[in-house]
Design a protein around this ligand. Structure first.
Ligand code: PMP
Length: 287
């Protein structure tokens, strides 16, 4: 099926959509992105993603080519035109395409590039992995120091994902100075033996996950104990449970880390419960 995508104000068939070879996203990874999930034809936490997009753009002094209201309309149009029931909407904004390559930013009047496309994922919320759990390897975190900005510099996370696959695992957790920062494309959590949910505190070291914010809010509302602090791979291997969160995987249990089982080595009680609460509440609030 040919998708309808959005490029710089136009809806086009995917094979007619074009971006310049001088685009700063292509040449310098000078761009930011967001991924919003769609369940039952509705957007999950659009407001959270729009707010983080605004923050990423501000941190990089990049112009925003579109209002939040118009962005919502583009998301809805793409869901509609592509008949998406369950899936993802990918959004990318770059510093645009000046007429040559130069490390210095282009003139302020250079139009940013904005691209959105859909990914059809029927049954997105019913991934079998939620029942079996993920296997994780650890890798050193070699990314830059502003991981709070959602840039398209995803080469290192991509290498981490491939290292995990080569090891027969599903994903990698990145470790810096002995402590887990986050997963290649998700935030990382453990559940201690006394039932406390532990995840690294917000800083420039990790992406401020939109799913993370919602999950911590729901956990606290459900009277679960939450601690925002760093943890090691060893602590995770000795924890009762572990899990990750992201806009596309929601809440996904982790059952093995660097070859060692987490808890019983099977999916526990707490991660599935949080997943259920998250999906129920977010479906209710979807727009
Ligand atoms: N950390 C990283 C490095 C990520 O790439 C992502 C997903 N893009 C997340 C965390 C999860 O963020 P969110 O819940 O907003 O999808």
């Amino acid at each position: 099926m040919t998708r309808t995508v959005y490029v710089n104000g136009e809806y086009l068939p995917e094979n007619e959509a074009k971006v310049s070879i001088f685009d700063r996203g292509f040449l310098f990874a000078d761009g930011v992105y967001e991924v919003t999930s769609v369940l039952g034809g509705k957007l999950i936490d659009f407001a959270g993603h729009a707010k983080r997009l605004e923050r990423s753009l501000n941190e990089l002094e990049m112009a925003n080519p579109i209002s939040t209201e118009d962005l919502l309309e583009v998301h809805r149009q793409l869901v509609d035109r592509n008949g998406i029931t369950d899936g993802l909407i990918y959004l990318q904004i770059t510093r645009g395409a000046p007429d040559d390559r130069d490390f210095a930013f282009p003139p302020a009047d250079t139009a940013p590039t904005i691209v959105l496309f859909t990914q059809n994922k029927p049954g997105l919320a019913d991934a079998p992995q939620a029942k079996t759990g993920m296997k994780i390897i650890s890798v050193e975190d070699l990314r830059w120091g502003r991981r709070d900005i959602k840039t398209v510099q995803l080469l290192y996370p991509s290498l981490g994902k491939m290292a995990a696959k080569k090891a027969g695992c599903d994903d990698a957790w990145m470790v810096e100075d002995g402590f887990v920062t986050e997963g290649t494309s998700n935030n990382a959590y453990i559940v201690t033996k006394d039932g406390t949910i532990v995840t690294r505190q917000l800083s420039n070291d990790i992406l401020h996950g939109i799913t993370r914010a919602a999950v911590l809010r729901f956990a606290r509302e459900a009277q679960m104990k939450v601690e925002e602090r760093p943890f090691t791979i060893e602590e995770a291997q000795n924890a009762a449970e572990a899990f990750v969160t992201s806009a596309s995987a929601f809440v996904m249990p982790v059952v093995e880390i660097d070859g060692a089982p987490v808890g019983t080595g099977k999916v526990g009680d707490i991660a599935p419960r949080i997943r259920e609460i998250y999906l129920e509440e977010m479906r209710k609030a979807a727009i």
